[in-house]
Design a protein around this ligand. Structure first.
Ligand code: SAM
Ligand code: ZN
Length: 979
């Protein structure tokens, strides 16, 4: 056993790992684990792989070589990227990426079209692929590469180099992991994750060859984790056998549905989707009105619904019209009968709020009393006197092409569209279809109690909660089965019945459940109709349970692709166990723990998962006799505040006790403000752990932007060791140590960084400052003037300043004084306002190809700048950049903002004028006029101009070229002024 530091305690290639993780994220449903089923907030496997490797690799005395080997192992170095290249660069791109010399040699232009010169051979073309690829930036290269988790083949030569550096004799990833473990811990390394969720951490760990322990409180998480470990490693033959089982069940369900004749109309067309809407009685005119927020059914086929008043019945006929004019389509998109939670009656044109339809009332102290009747267990549809009724109003049919069989139509491969198999029709239900609706209801009524007893239909009430209140309150749905209409209850129940009937092995039961859950996610009253894509959404297309007035219901023939799992198997040997337990109770001694707790995480796992669990009980019990099947809401770690903090301490005390003496932990959490950091560090410190490093991996996605700050995410990896010191200290004594640690940390990161392709941005240096301060703080057993219990009992919103927050802020200040742009004069830098520094540092980000919103947020936080929207030209995630002088023009000059009246803002105006009038004298005149003390400010102005001028020398910031050139001319002019 040895105590030497791990790679991740010294360095981490945050930029590359961020890019690779982002690539994985963007792959959507083709990610390895997502195919198994829904879980919220899965961590990218790339991130996990890099973290584990970082924990196991030693930090040697040659950090540059350490990094080289680390990247090699992840196939993230030049050689690895080349090996991962699996797409051809198009001729147009080849041309764009080439310099003049190469262009002349290889290409000719035919108008706008790029062509190869005559005589360019195949081997020359492939040489050119290599040449261009080699010169691309990391981001560009990635577009042509497979993901790192898809590909992990290292050559003999690679292993030779790896072994040389690490003093090992490995020939595979697994054997290397084993050797590293033995060196560090004396055994094959073991790893635990007590919040395993969708299974990312244990799955990747097991694939890499670690002994793996996984647990979660939630049985659905348990099911998914178990499946990742035991199904994704199957051989093709085993997977094939499971597929045969799945086909069998699907065919059996189809047989039954067809026997009942439930999905065909009179003309022999097969239903794909049923659209339902709610109806209410207008309190003003007493007619029955369908609630249609939007009357467009299909944009592609220009299908709309039209309301015709039925004098006799005092309600509306709903006519379905196809191929309508664009005007009609547009009108239908904007003229619904519900808008902003109000009913707009198409008969009397009166508006009534939905809340008043529900008869919600306020009691004397202002709390709302909900007016709807709560449904009872045996209510399958609404009762006569209920407010909301449901009505089938449109069906999407397919009329198959003669030469196709129904089997081909139903089992068409995933991306194929209906129209390649037949003709799609939308029509209103005729008498036959309404008859089928009644038949379905009577079938469900007939089976209802028996199926509930046998566990093929849920029988539990919905427990109130953050997310589960909504259906109870807005529909009176008190039992889980109320979230499903009779057609859905019948099909879902039938699936469970057939799985139960035909599954022989544990694996078959489990694959059955996974497929069932994927269907279930798409088979409820909460699945929206998507009129642009002509398909139904999933229930959990968002993280809530919102009942809808208009929803789509799939037919069985639309479920095939959800039911048949897309298993991305690749056999690997593994040694793992999966347990259901509260994290504060698990017992497994691990060398490493990597955990991703539901911390500052807004997902209500315990509530959302119940949607599935109430259906899963029976088969789950059969497959895992030792498991419970409820969500154990009471024990779930959730929310914020004192009890939550105490629960977290219990958990991490337990993990610290269950970790080898020189073991390491990584806690993942979402990067947020200093207070969250302070709180989490106190929790971990009280649990007996000490901070050893922290890295931020940015995982921004394209949705969001500045307004929705929540989407801008970074995952922090907080690296921890056991706290073993007996020393105590006073706060004041810590500051000099913190200052030293911050500077040391920044220096060592700077020394390591690659000038060509920088790994660290300012945001990373700042984070290093957070970590440095926490490292010092948590290295003591106790700080005399910090009352940990008291601090953890304060609400997060408390105005009282926490000493930990103060320490972190102090460290950030030290870091900021240290992070002056390298070309900038130190003394002048200190005279700039925070807003000016923010802008200039922002330019530095751009210089370094950093376009993440998070980086700007971090800068703003560090400089204490609160309003910076106006200085940004683009606020889209991963595309964020500042306004150039020309883009700014005269905007927000001398508005009330601090930036608007700053010297820098005026310098930008001067540049704008110089460019616009093509005359630097115009810019100079502006500055002279605006500043009485122009003469004293000259040096400062010139310093700023020189800085801006350097932007002109960088290729990738084309936006700046004119303005940067103007900066050069203006500077020369000012320099010569007065002589
Ligand atoms: C952020 S998620 C983990 C996601 C996981 N890393 C992944 O990649 O899918 C947090 C998990 O903590 C689990 N959890 C909540 N309270 C728990 C407790 N007291 N003990 C164990 N697990 C708990 C939730 O069920 C959820 O799966
Ligand atoms: Zn009315």
């Amino acid at each position: 056993m040895n105590d030497e530091k791990s790679f991740i305690e010294i360095q981490f290639p945050v930029s590359k790992v961020s890019k690779e993780s982002y690539k994985e994220r963007k792959a959507g449903s083709s990610q390895v684990l997502t195919g198994l089923g829904k879980w919220w907030g899965r961590k990218p496997l790339t991130l996990v792989r890099a973290t584990i490797l970082g924990l196991l690799l030693p930090a040697t005395s040659s950090p540059a070589k350490d990094r080289e080997i680390f990247l090699k192992l992840l196939m993230m170095d030049d050689v690895g990227l080349k090996a991962r290249k699996d797409k051809n660069i198009s001729i147009k791109e080849l041309y764009n990426f080439s310099n003049e010399e190469i262009r002349i040699k290889y290409f000719k232009l035919d108008g706008e079209t790029v062509k190869y010169k005559t005589g360019i051979s195949l081997s020359q073309k492939s040489e050119l692929q290599d040449l261009v690829f080699d010169n691309m930036s990391y981001d560009d290269k990635l577009r042509y590469c497979s993901r790192i988790e898809d590909y992990a083949k290292l050559t003999q030569e690679d292993w030779h180099e790896i072994n040389n550096h690490l003093n090992t004799g490995a020939d595979s990833f697994q054997s290397l992991i084993k050797e590293l473990g033995i060196k560090k811990f004396g055994n094959v390394p073991s790893i635990g994750d007590s919040f395993s969720g969708g299974g990312s951490i244990p799955f990747e760990a097991a694939r890499m060859g670690l002994e793996t322990f996984a647990s979660d409180l939630n049985p659905l998480a348990g099911l998914l984790t178990w499946s990742s470990l035991n199904i994704l490693n199957m051989t093709d033959k085993q997977v094939e056998e499971l597929k045969i089982f799945q086909e069998k069940v699907f065919d059996e369900v189809t047989k039954q549905i067809d026997l009942w004749g439930l999905e065909f109309n009179d003309r022999g067309w097969r239903a794909k989707y049923y659209l339902y809407c709610n109806e209410v009685v207008c309190p003003e005119c007493a007619c029955k009105v369908p609630l249609l927020s939007n009357r467009v059914i299909s944009h592609k086929q220009k299908v709309i619904s039209e309301l015709e008043f039925n004098e006799k019945l005092h309600n509306f006929n709903i006519k379905i019209s196809s191929n309508v004019s664009n005007d009609k389509l547009k009108e239908a998109a904007t003229s619904g009968t519900v808008k902003n939670n109000k009913l707009i009656c198409p008969n009397c044109f009166q508006e009534t709020s939905i809340a008043s339809l529900r008869k919600d009332k306020k009691d004397t102290d202002g709390t709302t009393l909900y007016g709807l009747r709560k449904w009872s267990n045996d209510d399958i549809v609404s009762g006569e006197t209920d407010v909301f009724h449901e009505r089938l109003y449109c069906i999407r049919y397919i009329e198959k092409n003669e030469e196709k069989s129904w089997e081909e139509v139903i089992k068409k491969p995933a991306p194929a569209t209906d129209s390649s198999f037949g003709k799609v029709h939308y029509s209103a239900p005729a008498e036959k279809e309404l008859e089928m609706e009644r038949k379905i209801l009577s079938l469900v009524e007939e089976k209802f109690f028996k199926w509930q007893e046998e566990g093929f239909l849920p029988n539990s009430m919905i427990e109130e909660g953050d997310k589960t209140d909504e259906p109870i309150r807005t529909r009176g749905w008190a039992y889980w089965h109320h979230l499903f209409n009779p057609r859905q209850l019948l099909i879902n129940g039938l699936f469970l019945e057939k799985i139960n009937e035909f599954a022989r092995t544990k694996e078959e039961k489990i694959i059955g459940l996974l497929g069932f859950n994927k269907c279930l996610d798409r088979m409820s009253r909460l699945t929206m109709w998507h009129s642009h894509r002509d398909e139904g959404e999933a229930t959990f297309s968002n993280q809530a349970l919102n009942p809808l007035f208009l929803y789509s219901s799939r037919s069985l023939s639309t479920l095939y692709n959800s039911w048949i799992l897309n298993i991305k198997n690749s056999p690997f040997k593994q040694d793992s166990s999966v347990v259901l337990d509260d994290a504060s109770n698990v017992k497994f001694k691990a060398d490493l723990w990597i955990t991703d707790p539901p911390y500052a995480d807004a997902v209500s796992y315990h509530e959302l998962s119940e949607y599935f669990l109430v259906w899963n009980k029976r088969i789950l019990k059969d497959a895992f006799p030792n498991w419970y099947s409820d969500s154990k809401r009471i024990m779930a770690v959730k929310g914020v505040g004192e009890t939550f903090n105490q629960r977290m301490i219990e958990v991490y005390k337990n993990l610290a006790n269950n970790m080898s003496e020189n073991g390491l932990q990584v806690v993942m959490f979402t990067h947020q403000d200093v207070r969250v950091w302070a709180e989490l560090s106190l929790i971990l410190w009280s649990a007996g752990l000490q901070v050893s490093a922290a890295w931020n991996i940015s995982t921004e996605t394209e949705s969001g932007g500045l307004k929705e700050g929540n989407y801008v995410k970074g995952t922090v990896l907080l690296v921890l060791r056991k706290q073993t010191s007996e020393e105590t200290a006073y706060l004041d004594e810590l500051y000099p140590d913190i200052e030293e640690e911050v500077k040391y940390q920044i220096n060592s990161m700077r020394n390591l960084d690659d000038k060509e392709e920088p790994n660290f941005s300012d945001a990373d240096y700042l984070l290093a400052a957070y970590a440095a301060s926490l490292k010092i703080l948590t290295s003591y057993k106790k700080i005399e003037d910090i009352d940990v219990q008291y601090e953890l009992s304060k609400p997060r919103t408390s105005n009282e300043e926490s000493p930990i927050v103060k320490i972190i802020q102090e460290a950030v200040k030290i870091a900021y004084d240290y992070l002056i742009p390298s070309e900038f004069d130190n003394f002048i830098w200190k005279t700039l306002s925070p807003e000016e520094r923010f802008y200039l540092k922002g330019l530095e980000l751009e210089k370094n190809n950093i376009y993440q919103l998070a980086a700007y947020q971090e800068l703003a936080r560090g400089f204490g700048v609160s309003d910076y929207k106006d200085v940004l030209q683009n606020t889209k995630a991963n595309n964020v950049r500042l306004r150039t002088a020309s883009e700014f023009a005269m905007k927000s000059l001398n508005d009330n903002s601090k930036f608007g009246s700053s010297l820098l803002r005026n310098i930008l105006v001067a540049l704008y004028l110089s460019v616009k009038e093509n005359d630097a004298a115009k810019g100079q005149a502006w500055l002279r006029k605006e500043y009485d003390d122009y003469w004293n400010l000259r040096t400062k102005i010139m310093e700023i101009l020189s800085y801006i001028e350097t932007l002109g020398r960088i290729e990738n910031i084309g936006n700046w070229s004119k303005d940067a050139h103007a900066a050069l001319l203006l500077k020369e002019r000012i320099d010569n002024d007065g002589v």
